[in-house]
Design a protein around this ligand. Structure first.
Ligand code: SF4
Length: 428
């Protein structure tokens, strides 16, 4: 008797967006596999917020509890206000949707594991934690909450349906939907009698959430595609670029190395600009051809810009892992520590600062300014949706009346705007 052993591949929800772009990311390629985990301050703030929101749901709270303990635990005490603001919204959001849930079934930070043993090729082991999961009282759905502490990666766009009716659709800006669908897959596997999954995605910093509902068929079809990509990977086709940043194969992946090499070559031999813009005169017959070339050049520059960003991020990872890169002439490209920004709380330190300025308040006042973006964000954070812009305008108007607004001149930048020549002279 021959026993066939099958390889088991571990798939984490957070790796699903990357695997969808580059199936090679599902396979450990070299011995020097690294698990890249975000560990900076934003990641720690995110963990503190998740823990706080977890308590809100676990204890079914209507208000945000004290966040100090969570901030301390994650070494981000200076961010306690920010964490609290997001916690307040998590409590509001939970209040709005908890009525849908059978509270007895709600679980926080729910660990799930599911193995797909069907089909040829490796067994796929999908495991991970879902922020909140529970059965809904409608008897057919499973509810899932995913807290997001960063910037939204979905947006609502206004569109027309086939009958010309205005509808709102969800437009995805990154591949993170693949992560959320992993949670949906887990839930549907664990509750075979349920047919729908309602995903509530809460952007705590923006104070809004969206809900997307998927049928069992939709989630199964999605998984079918992803598992097919993984199991049928030819072992040599990669899609290096953006997904490499958090890939476990990042150091040592041949495709990523080649990609970096191509970038080096491209930047090294990038041709210098040619002289003259005479062709841009209004009456020049070559004008249109030249315009086209300028537009193409701009588009290519934008692509190059994106490549430069990715290349630099990958190179930074390389240096962090393997040390400085010598340039052969006595210097080396290394990483240095840049001190974080230090900001003074003027209210708390006012008296002390005045003392150090010899009691001269007017001199001190000259150095204390608040950027309007900081103020705008703060006022928006404490204002309900729909009222935000009004609150900002109102505040700025009041401040203008007090001569408290200092304007610095604006500047021009490139943007893709409409070509006036293609617009009707009159709006009919
Ligand atoms: S490092 Fe990049 S190219 Fe290589 S497997 Fe990972 S995502 Fe794909």
């Amino acid at each position: 008797m021959t026993v066939k052993t099958r390889k088991v591949l571990r798939i984490w929800p957070s790796s699903a967006p990357r695997i969808n772009e580059c199936a090679g990311a599902a396979y450990p390629l070299t011995d020097s596999v690294i698990v890249v985990q975000p560990s900076g301050e934003p990641a720690r703030v995110g963990n503190a917020i998740h823990a706080l929101a977890g308590q809100i749901v676990r204890e079914n709270l209507s208000n945000c509890p004290d966040a100090t303990g969570y901030a301390l635990d994650h070494d981000v005490l200076d961010k306690v206000k920010d964490i609290t603001i997001k916690g307040i919204y998590a409590a509001q959001m939970w209040q709005e949707i908890r009525g849908e849930f059978d509270l007895e079934t709600v679980e926080v930070e729910k660990y799930s594991k599911w193995m797909d043993e069907e089909g040829d090729g490796p067994i796929l082991r999908l495991s991970g934690y879902t922020d909140v999961r529970g059965l809904l009282l409608d008897g057919v759905s499973i509810g899932i909450i995913d807290w997001k502490s960063g910037q939204p990666d979905f947006e609502i766009a206004e569109m027309e349906d086939g009958d010309g009716e205005d509808i709102q659709v969800l437009v995805e800006k990154s591949g993170s939907i693949h992560q959320l669908k992993c949670y949906a897959k887990h839930a549907l596997e664990e509750f075979p009698e349920r047919t729908l999954v309602r995903l509530h995605i809460g952007w705590l910093s923006e104070r809004y959430y969206i809900t997307a509902t998927y049928t069992r068929e939709e989630i199964d079809a999605w998984w079918d595609k992803l598992q097919y990509k993984i199991r049928n990977w030819d072992g040599k086709t990669f899609a290096p670029g953006t997904p490499c940043k958090w890939c476990r194969n990042a150091i040592g992946c041949p495709a990523r190395e080649k990609y970096m090499g191509v970038a080096v070559k491209a930047f090294d031999s990038y041709p210098p600009p040619t002289a003259g813009r005479n062709g841009l005169a209004q009456d020049d017959p070559k004008r249109y051809a030249i315009e086209q070339r300028l537009s193409n050049a701009y588009a290519q520059c934008s692509v190059l810009e994106a490549h430069i960003k990715i290349f630099k991020a990958n190179l930074k990872q390389e240096v962090a892992a393997n040390g400085p890169i010598p340039d052969g002439e006595g210097k080396a490209l290394g990483l240095i520590n840049v001190k974080g920004k230090t900001v003074i709380d003027p209210l708390a330190g006012w008296d002390k600062m005045k003392e150090h300025f010899g009691g001269n308040e007017s001199e001190l006042l000259k150095v204390v300014t608040i950027s309007s973006s900081t103020l705008t964000k703060a006022i928006k954070d404490r204002t309900d949706r729909g009222e935000k812009q009004h609150a900002v305008d109102h505040l700025i108007e009041d401040l203008e009346n007090e001569n408290a607004v200092i304007y610095t001149p604006g500047y021009q930048k490139f943007a893709n705007i409409k070509d006036k020549r293609y617009q009707p002279a009159l709006d009919i």
